[in-house]
Design a protein around this ligand. Structure first.
Ligand SMILES: [Fe+2]
Ligand SMILES: [Fe+2]
Length: 383
């Protein structure tokens, strides 16, 4: 065959298959001036061989050939090279077979012999356009797929980055809150240090009170406020003479009046600190009695008028004091503490807070008042 295989001068290649050599020659002549590679084969197996070696966009075949019909050839082409545009150039007598193949989607177009030169040239050009279009669609699909993959990657990275940053911010926030609590702890510890017997008192009151607040079902923010108020409840003792605070004997009335000042002094000390604004009233009122009697101070508030954290702290404060050694007595046993809470529930203590405390004491026993508990308020309220 007079093929110019391997030349590939042009972008487009068409393969004509016909067992009549004269027809192939006529076709070569017809397309000589066209800017495309023209390959020819006179037998179906040869055509398949050529297509395996040489990329072509269009194949045009006769129907009636000795070894293999055109329809069968195009079926094989379709199987091996699905992108090649398949056409049939055939006489009227074979049209029925070809129409059938067209209907099955095997063939792009049918040209009848004898052909009209201009029409055939135009049809082949259209076939190349069709092939180009299919290629372009395929290429775009590939690009889209790749871009989708890249986008998915990008999304995954972004999600990771957002997660990391969010965690960093949360960690920083946690760090800051801890630093804030540590500062408050240091302040309250300084106050407790005025008297060897009350060392750790404020911390323990804060811990007990926050446990009661959680037992009562309050939210994180409230539990934190109760804890901070517990830490600071006696900060006003800084303004009371050491001699009065550490006095092992009974206080005389003047000394008792002086020590009663500590709740007001504490509130005044904390007042200028903006972020402790909601803690100030809790400190001021932590010695009010629930029934409003004159033993409470400084304002003799009654019932719900007393801030709830103050009511909780009062029970915690009492329990802590009773379960700690004093110069004039040893720590009291738990039964005595329970009896005392029950006795003063409704007068000194808000029954709701007293009951919550009793529930905790019953559930946890001695462990509840264990000294030197390691306490991270944020671990506690998150956990
Ligand atoms: Fe106090
Ligand atoms: Fe206290």
């Amino acid at each position: 065959m007079n093929n110019r295989q391997g030349l590939m001068r042009f972008e487009h290649t068409v393969l004509f298959v016909d067992d009549e050599v004269n027809i192939l020659k006529a076709l070569q002549r017809l397309f000589r001036q066209e800017s495309m590679n023209v390959l020819t084969a006179s037998r179906a197996p040869e055509a398949l061989e050529i297509l395996d070696k040489t990329p072509a966009q269009v194949v045009v075949t006769d129907q009636r050939m000795p070894e293999m019909s055109g329809v069968d050839l195009l079926s094989s082409v379709r199987e091996r090279h699905p992108d090649i545009v398949r056409m049939m150039l055939t006489g009227y007598t074979e049209i029925n077979m070809a129409v059938d193949a067209i209907n099955r989607g095997e063939i792009y177009r049918l040209i009848t012999k004898p052909w009209n030169d201009d029409e055939l040239r135009a049809t082949i050009r259209q076939a190349f356009d069709h092939a180009d279009l299919k290629n372009e669609i395929k290429r775009l699909e590939q690009v889209t797929r790749e871009q989708n993959f890249k986008l998915q990657d990008l999304n995954r990275n972004l999600e990771g980055e957002v997660r990391d940053r969010t965690k960093q911010v949360a960690d920083k926030h946690h760090e800051l809150r801890l630093a804030y609590v540590q500062t408050i702890r240091a302040l309250s510890a300084a106050v407790d240090a005025k008297d060897a017997y009350t060392r750790g008192h404020a911390e323990r009151v804060g811990v007990y009170a926050s446990k009661v607040a959680r037992e009562m079902g309050f939210d994180k923010e409230f539990i934190e406020r109760v804890y901070i108020a517990g830490l600071l409840h006696d900060v006003g003792k800084i303004g009371v003479r050491d001699f009065v605070i550490a006095k092992p004997d009974r206080l005389d009335p003047d000394e008792y009046e002086e020590i009663k000042q500590h709740s007001e002094i504490g509130a005044r000390i904390l007042e200028p600190v903006d972020f402790l604004a909601d803690v100030v009233p809790c400190v001021r009122h932590h010695h009010e009695w629930y029934d409003g009697c004159e033993r409470g101070y400084p304002d003799r508030l009654k019932g719900d008028m007393i801030p709830l954290p103050s009511r909780i702290i009062l029970v915690a404060d009492t329990v802590e004091a009773m379960t700690s050694d004093r110069p004039y007595r040893e720590a009291l046993p738990l039964e005595v503490v329970v009896a005392e809470i029950q006795k003063y529930s409704g007068t000194q203590f808000d029954p709701m807070c007293a009951n919550a405390f009793l529930r905790l004491l019953e559930a946890e026993g001695e462990a509840f008042i264990k000294k030197n508990q390691k306490f991270d308020i944020y671990e506690f309220i998150e956990g």
